[in-house]
Design a protein. Structure first.
Length: 110
């Protein structure tokens, strides 16, 4: 067998092997890995949202308890209620922003 025939045979064999490997990666391996990563991401997102929701709930509870223990006059109650509502909304907004990967804007002091 000549040197050229051996070289051509090696090149054809390599191309066939690479083609089979590329097809396997594209048609079977990649979709499977993407499905597994998607499932893992959804599980982690649920866990993070549960933890975040528990933290927000605890922070709001502490804020309400602290606000109620410091209440004085009607004006103070109204101001405190507004402040508590704003703080609760800020917690929820920050939590949702973190879930979706949004960074604090210019007006945020966090």
């Amino acid at each position: 067998m000549s040197g050229w025939a051996i070289l051509v045979t090696a090149l054809v064999t390599s191309l066939v092997t690479c083609s089979i490997l590329a097809g396997w990666l594209q048609l079977w391996f990649r979709p499977r890995v993407m499905r597994e990563l998607d499932e893992e991401f959804k599980e982690r997102l649920e866990e993070a949202s549960d933890v975040l929701s528990a933290r927000i709930e605890e922070a709001v509870r502490r804020g309400v308890i602290e606000a109620v223990t410091r209440i004085g006059t009607r004006e103070v109650i109204e101001g405190t209620t507004r402040n508590m509502a704003k703080t609760g909304a800020d917690f929820v907004e920050e939590g949702i922003g973190r879930i979706f990967g949004r960074k604090p804007g210019r007006g945020d002091e966090r």
